[in-house]
Write a new protein. Sequence first.
Length: 167
Amino acid sequence: MPPGFVMRTPAATPVPEGCPPGRSGFLRADRFPPMKLIVNVDGGARGNPGPAAIGVVVRDGEGNVLKDLGETIGEATNNVAEYKALIRGIELARELGADELQIHGDSELVVKQMLGQYKVKHPDMKPLHAQAREALAGVSSWEISHVRREQNAEADALVNQALDAAG
């Protein structure tokens, strides 16, 4: 077992103080309550499809930026770029040790598909949706919300910086 982790045991066995009920698997012994990170994601394409990029900003509960990135992803549609930004944002947050995620994105389509409010009909979106759901399976809880573009300005700026740098 990795150092700093404890195995969740049956209810009859004492578990570390502050351990959330219903958790199973490996838990960080030095992080109770779980680490919650805030993730802003954005994706965009110039042309649709066209050269595309993603932007991700990961913050702690106090709003401090822990990690951000803007990177090109080749040619894609806006929706593909939005999903790829979401997946990369989840991955980054998990690499930083997140147990809980609060995700903000400005794509109403992606947010509502992730919440199950819209069906995923397009064949290109189905594997990306599945990949995002799979990435979220690694965290104990998550929420995703749609925000206006101006509330997602940092992630949006990272998309544009990456596209500008690529020429």
